[in-house]
Design a protein around this ligand. Sequence first.
Ligand SMILES: CC(C)(COP(=O)(O)OP(=O)(O)OC[C@H]1O[C@@H](n2cnc3c(N)ncnc32)[C@H](O)[C@@H]1OP(=O)(O)O)[C@@H](O)C(=O)NCCC(=O)NCCS
Length: 210
Amino acid sequence: MDPPDVEKLISEKTKMGLIGRIKRLFKPEQKQTPNKTKEEIWAEKVQALRQRGAKIGDGTRLNCDIGDFGTEPYLVEVGEDCLFAADVKFITHDGGVKVLNTMGYFGGKKMDRIAPIKVGNNVYIGTGAFIMQGVTIGNNVIIGARAVVTHDIPDNVVAVGMPAKVLKTIDEYYQSGVDKGWYYPTAGLPFEEKKAYYQAVFQEGEQEQP
Ligand SMILES: CC(C)(COP(=O)(O)OP(=O)(O)OC[C@H]1O[C@@H](n2cnc3c(N)ncnc32)[C@H](O)[C@@H]1OP(=O)(O)O)[C@@H](O)C(=O)NCCC(=O)NCCS
């Protein structure tokens, strides 16, 4: 096999990078929301979802998109003070029923296969997690990144994995952060202040931990 033409590969990569950058520059959502605060964006998403029939409690913040609430947002109920990371998806219907419909399982009728989702208060859902139909998540719960939640999750636990299983209690989660020395008093600081703080902690080692 001939060796790869490195020059050509690099110039192709540069070209793709440039195209990507230009595309990102003209992405519609970036043009629409250049000066909005995080709070304004959260409020807009909650309002839009409520208009579509979803029940969203006060104080809940969404870093995932409205579209992540699926085709039946009115079947999703979320409590107060929740925080959902990017790419969290609520899946209230099972498209698999299409196979049954095509095979005539319902005597020529076309059916949907649907169940609602309920999330309690003070729930954090990590990035990329899927919450499947019929699931109820309790209060004070953490769902790990990329979890696929197929069964109910009780109050006061951390659940991870595919399918999601209880990993530990919230008390144990608290303690593991203490043991690892991962807590810092920076929540809510503006970007530049946080950056300066962590540069001091991790790059210069000057900042004392609390
Ligand atoms: C679930 C989570 C909260 C657990 O944190 P933790 O209590 O510190 O967990 P630990 O580091 O003690 O891990 C315990 C075990 O769970 C595993 N684990 C941790 N997170 C996991 C995850 N998301 N999926 C699968 N397994 C996970 C660890 O590998 C470890 O397994 P081991 O005992 O076999 O080594 C955290 O890992 C997580 O996923 N947070 C979400 C982060 C996120 O989405 N951030 C987005 C920006 S807001």
